[in-house]
Design a protein around this ligand. Structure first.
Ligand SMILES: *Cc1c(COP(=O)(O)O)cnc(C)c1O
Length: 388
């Protein structure tokens, strides 16, 4: 395994061997009895992970962006008002998609490393009649974590739908879709849900489905239209064959294996494990004098960390050196600060060995590019945290 590298980016991530093995099973017909059971089981398990027994699950071939497109294209009509709460790059993507479908978009943009205050959100909701409010649970470009619960409550108070981009959070951060009253929660397979790229997963509340049914104009996307997919999802969940577009048979079988693993671990357990490793990793990073992009620990994600380079170093060379030790980390994504920070993903079936390896590679890379600190001190901090 000399050439094996550890993939510590915010998706795709390291996948469980059993999930990867499932990808290689013989491809069956999409209407074979065993596949119907697999697809139906995935939809049931999705409702579990989202904590949304009342929600309508959708499972479609496509990346996370397809899930965004599906949420927006089915719920917005031309000329309606949409409020985007942006904590980085993926808030901007919501704006682009909404604009594509003819919405009047207002964006409330947080300062880099911060969240938009509930006060500002409420003021805006009072000001105008909004059809929907979007938020990004963890913006992968800043590592900022938004608390979706009070935002969803505000949306409900002002009669707007709430849409949560959970691509970097579902199965890694706590989400209770039904209890928190969030109308749409979606993700992509390659992030914390732990399956190679290629699946869009989305759960819609009964209110979201009602809103879609009562549209005055047709949905302006053919592939995303729930009219095409709802009968398919209902059929498979009732363990009946159906066809609109060929499902990604092998990916869905791999998803079943991953969702079973998540279910066995328990979703609360899993999010607690994410929190434990994230907090310890972040303390270790701070211990060697580095600074996180998020302003405070309360709004720092548990699925990835966005970290500023020490001012004097060459970031590209640093990441290359980390790679020399066999660990792949990501560069910046947020346009305004892109060259000044790097990102480390720590979601999915993350364990202490992955983190210690990553910290040691980061220390090595920093040393190679001339940053001075006490060698081993991030590892010592991480271990102290785990022992505490
Ligand atoms: C990765 C990501 C997306 C986009 O998903 P793709 O699978 O790359 O299309 C959207 N939102 C967030 C928060 C993400 O992390």
């Amino acid at each position: 395994m000399k050439s094996r590298k550890l993939l510590m980016i915010p998706g795709p991530i390291e996948f469980e061997p059993s999930v990867l093995r499932a990808m290689g099973e013989a491809t069956t017909s999409h209407v074979a009895p065993n596949f119907i059971e697999t697809f139906g089981n995935c939809l049931d398990l999705i409702q579990n992970v989202w904590q949304s027994p009342n929600g309508q699950p959708f499972l479609i071939a496509g990346s996370g962006t397809l899930a965004m497109d599906m949420a927006i294209s089915n719920l917005i009509e031309k000329g309606e008002n949409a409020l985007v709460i942006s904590t980085g790059y993926f808030g901007e993507r919501f704006k682009d998609i909404l604009t594509t479908y003819g919405a009047n978009v207002t964006v409330l943009t947080a300062a880099i490393g911060d969240v938009v205050s509930l006060n500002d959100i409420e003021t805006e909701l009072k000001n105008k009649d909004y059809k929907l409010v979007t938020m990004t649970h963890v913006d992968t470009s800043t590592g900022v974590l938004v608390d979706p619960k009070p935002v969803a409550a505000l949306a409900k108070k002002y009669n707007a739908l709430s849409i949560l981009d959970g691509v970097c959070s579902v199965a890694g951060e706590e989400i209770q879709q039904d209890n928190w009253g969030i109308d749409i929660v979606f993700t992509g397979s390659q992030k914390a849900i732990g399956v190679p790229p290629g699946l869009a997963l989305l759960v819609a509340s009964p209110k979201a489905m009602e809103t879609w049914k009562n549209r005055k104009t047709p949905v302006q996307s053919y592939y995303s239209d729930w009219k095409n997919w709802l009968p398919i999802m209902k059929a498979y969940q009732n363990r009946k064959p159906s066809y609109f577009g060929t499902p990604a048979v092998n990916l869905i079988r791999a998803l079943e294996v991953s969702l079973e693993l998540i279910n066995k671990q328990g979703i609360t357990n899993r999010t607690n494990v994410h929190k434990k490793y994230a907090k310890a990793f972040q303390k270790a990073i701070v211990a060697i004098g580095l600074e996180l992009v998020p302003n405070s620990t309360e709004i720092t994600a548990n699925t990835l960390s966005a970290i500023y380079y020490p001012r004097e170093i060459d970031g590209n060379e640093f990441r290359k050196q980390v790679g020399e030790l066999g660990v792949i980390i990501a560069g910046g994504l947020h346009a305004e600060i892109k060259a000044t920070y790097f990102r480390v993903g720590h979601m999915g079936s993350i364990n202490a060995a992955d983190i210690t390896t990553t910290l040691s590679a980061i220390e090595y890379g920093l040393s190679k590019v001339g940053y001075t600190f006490k060698l081993g001190s991030s590892l010592a901090t991480f271990q102290k945290e785990l022992l505490a």
